[in-house]
Design a binder for this molecule. Structure first.
Ligand SMILES: Cc1cc2nc3c(=O)[nH]c(=O)nc-3n(C[C@H](O)[C@H](O)[C@H](O)COP(=O)(O)OP(=O)(O)OC[C@H]3O[C@@H](n4cnc5c(N)ncnc54)[C@H](O)[C@@H]3O)c2cc1C
Length: 314
């Protein structure tokens, strides 16, 4: 990628950390992907707002969380890439809920809620992402999701305005929200309910062991690859359609469909983002051919292909 040094230069005297062409692969669960053209780790929300006001409106801005639901393409991510660090990982009790930073990990939020005797947030223990990514994706499991527990989210919009959005403004749907491109979630309030800490901790343990049994949680993966189809399209879940199309264990280059849970893709060691994306497309093709159902990606694919061609930001 030809690096535009003017992006870093236009950030001026921001207090956070700025770097160019830093590889993103080690940060991603899949361990694939090229560099960020300009990576910025803001010192706090004001610093982030200042940065977004300073860069030209045509520069694309991409937020990264724990990178547990994305394929970063091999050519890297152009423009400004924002990664929230420790300053955004605070978790504080607020009556019957928690006020959490956008970089707080879902797992830590679930554990903190348990220790404070707050129930209702247990589902977060099985989701290896951050609160920011969880709000963006309306992350959910075990019958609950972010939409069900979120009171508000504070975001810094692409033009550098800090604002608080109520849940209704985020128009949550299944694994999606209406958060606009370039908007960064910096803080949120999650609602719980008083509960016995031992009971909540026991539920966390149950969820963890159910996960270990059914998902390749220690692998280089990106979680559910495809959304489950709407009930009016198919009453089969995505994994059942993939299984029916004979794709369990299917390999392409270093990418493989998990034998354990066939809606999960794996990097078996030397996969490229191109391998993973091509394998996903091959699965979509086979499922369509066998069942007539078109699967839709849940994993976000972002950035440029190795050739430098712009892939769509899905
Ligand atoms: C083993 C495994 C199991 C999983 N199980 C589940 C599950 O049960 N349920 C579920 O819903 N998901 C699951 N996932 C997927 C993933 O963990 C969730 O989607 C998670 O919420 C993504 O958060 P993240 O911080 O990793 O976001 P990323 O993967 O980094 O990004 C995902 C999207 O969120 C955006 N984003 C990230 N941070 C911010 C921010 N601060 N502000 C605005 N936008 C942001 C990114 O731009 C991108 O569009 C699983 C993944 C793995 C690897």
């Amino acid at each position: 990628m030809a690096v535009d040094e003017s992006i870093a230069a236009s950030l001026g005297d921001v207090r956070g950390r700025v770097s160019t062409e830093q590889s993103l692969a080690p940060r991603s669960w899949f361990r694939v992907g090229g560099p960020a053209e300009c990576l910025f780790q803001p010192a706090d929300a004001d610093d982030l707002a200042t940065a977004l006001r300073r860069i030209a409106p045509e520069i694309p801005v991409t937020a990264l969380g724990a990178c547990s639901n994305i394929i970063i393409r091999d050519g890297g991510i152009p423009g400004l890439v924002i990664r929230l660090g420790g300053a955004f990982a605070k978790i504080e009790q607020d009556g019957d809920g928690l006020i959490v930073g956008g970089a707080a990990l879902d797992v830590t939020v679930a554990e903190t809620a348990a220790s404070l005797g707050l129930g209702g947030l247990e589902f977060l223990v099985g989701i290896p992402g951050s609160i920011g990514g969880g709000v963006r994706m309306n992350a959910g499991a075990y019958g609950s999701d972010m939409a069900a527990v979120l009171d508000w989210a504070e975001i810094v919009s692409r033009d550098g305005t800090l604002m608080r959005l109520e849940t209704s403004a985020l128009r949550f749907g299944y694994r999606r929200s209406a958060l606009s491109d370039g908007a960064i979630v910096v803080r949120a309030r999650l609602r719980g309910e008083p509960a016995n800490p031992a009971t909540v901790s026991a539920r966390l343990a149950e969820i963890r062991s159910a996960r270990e049994e059914s998902q390749p949680v220690r692998a280089r993966t990106g979680g559910s690859t495809f959304r489950n189809p709407e009930p009016e399209i198919s009453d089969m879940k995505a994994w059942q359609l993939i299984d029916a199309a004979g794709c369990r264990g299917l390999k392409l280059g270093g990418a493989q469909i998990s034998e354990k849970h066939c809606n999960f893709m794996l990097n078996t060691g030397d996969a490229t983002a191109e391998d993973l994306e091509a394998l996903g497309e091959e699965v979509r093709r086979r499922v369509r051919e066998k069942t007539g159902v078109s699967l839709h990606w849940e994993i976000k694919r972002m950035g440029l292909r190795a050739s430098g061609a712009k892939g769509e930001k899905a």
